[in-house]
Ligand binder design. Structure first.
Ligand code: SF4
Length: 310
């Protein structure tokens, strides 16, 4: 049984950031006003069907404010809990490399120049990473920490088509290779319990990701959000969602299949409760975290236990 210094049976984000920064670091979520190719027409409209109206960044600081004001406002919300005064700016809403490089890079630079910001995590899609943008990200990462977060969700094209992802796996692989060339670490987002996916389908995605040259993963349950296109589909034709104990079993097994160098940034989602239609159990994040921890300890499970290697 392996337990990490923060007493978790996996390599948590908390542990990872402490190693890098020597302290607890908070993430602050900022909306820099981007959209997505699947929302404004170049690759369809409406976005990925599970995504909220605010592009999965329901708590991000948005609106007509300067970058400095957005950072101030986001820090105000968590400063009480953060004695280190160190923050990672997280561009969570929409696709944050979708737009002209010459407009976006100065925004990243402005964020990174804030003395309180020790790193920048950019949520985006692999089909929105031009060579020029990747080169700029590599340059910025020499100045401060920069991560790219890719919403892959699944390796299965059939499922990807159901939720309108609108890019194929080779596009993701190409982006990962190019980001690795400039040493920008990658965090991949996966959704557990996607429509129609079985345990074996999910584990096929997990085993694939476990061999990827990436830095970390984020796992979350498929949520039905009231302001997402999926909500309408779900009302019209309900489909089964995972119950809490199945979710925990799947996630625990997924963690055991990851090599011990991949950081587990998230094991359950933390969206807007008021916006959540189903499954209701997923609103109780603390409960899910505790149950997962207890299940893994009770069954002698830890990250790397079932990793198949490369
Ligand atoms: S999941 Fe990402 S790419 Fe898809 S609509 Fe939401 S923000 Fe855009």
């Amino acid at each position: 049984m392996k337990i990490w210094p923060d007493q978790k049976p996996y390599y948590s984000a908390n542990q990872y950031y402490r190693q890098i920064f020597g302290d607890k670091v908070y993430k602050i979520s900022l909306d820099i006003g981007c959209t997505c190719p699947t929302r404004e027409g170049t690759k369809g409209a409406g976005g990925c069907t599970f995504c909220s109206a605010r592009g999965s960044g329901d708590f991000a600081i948005a609106g007509p404010m300067s970058i400095r004001e957005k950072i101030d406002s986001a820090i105000q919300m968590v400063a009480r809990k953060n004695s280190s005064g160190k923050y990672i700016a997280y561009l969570q809403s929409f696709t944050n490399t979708y737009g002209p490089v010459k407009m976006l890079v100065p925004v990243y630079e402005e964020i990174l120049s804030d003395e309180r910001v020790v790193g920048l995590s950019i949520g985006t899609r692999p089909d929105c990473l031009s060579n020029k943008m990747v080169k700029e990200l590599g340059r910025l990462s020499e100045f401060k920490h920069v991560w790219i977060e890719l919403g892959l969700q699944t390796i299965h094209q059939k499922t990807a088509e159901l939720f309108h992802r609108r890019y194929d796996l080779p596009v993701y692989e190409d982006a990962v290779a190019r980001l690795n060339q400039v040493n920008v670490p990658i965090i991949v987002h996966l959704i557990v319990g996607l429509m129609g996916e079985t345990y074996d389908d999910f584990m096929a995605t997990v085993d694939y990701i476990a061999t990827q040259p990436i830095s970390g993963i984020k796992l979350s349950m498929l949520h039905i959000l009231k302001d997402s296109p999926l909500y309408e589909e779900y009302l019209e034709k309900p489909f089964p969602l995972l119950d809490e104990s199945t979710y925990i079993k799947w996630v625990a097994e997924a963690i055991t299949r990851m090599p011990q160098n991949i950081v587990i940034h998230r094991v359950t989602g933390d969206g807007n409760h008021k916006n959540l239609a189903a499954p209701k159990w997923s609103a109780y994040k603390r409960h899910v975290l505790n149950e997962l921890h207890n299940y893994m300890i009770k069954n002698g499970m830890f990250q790397g236990l079932n990793h198949k290697g490369t």
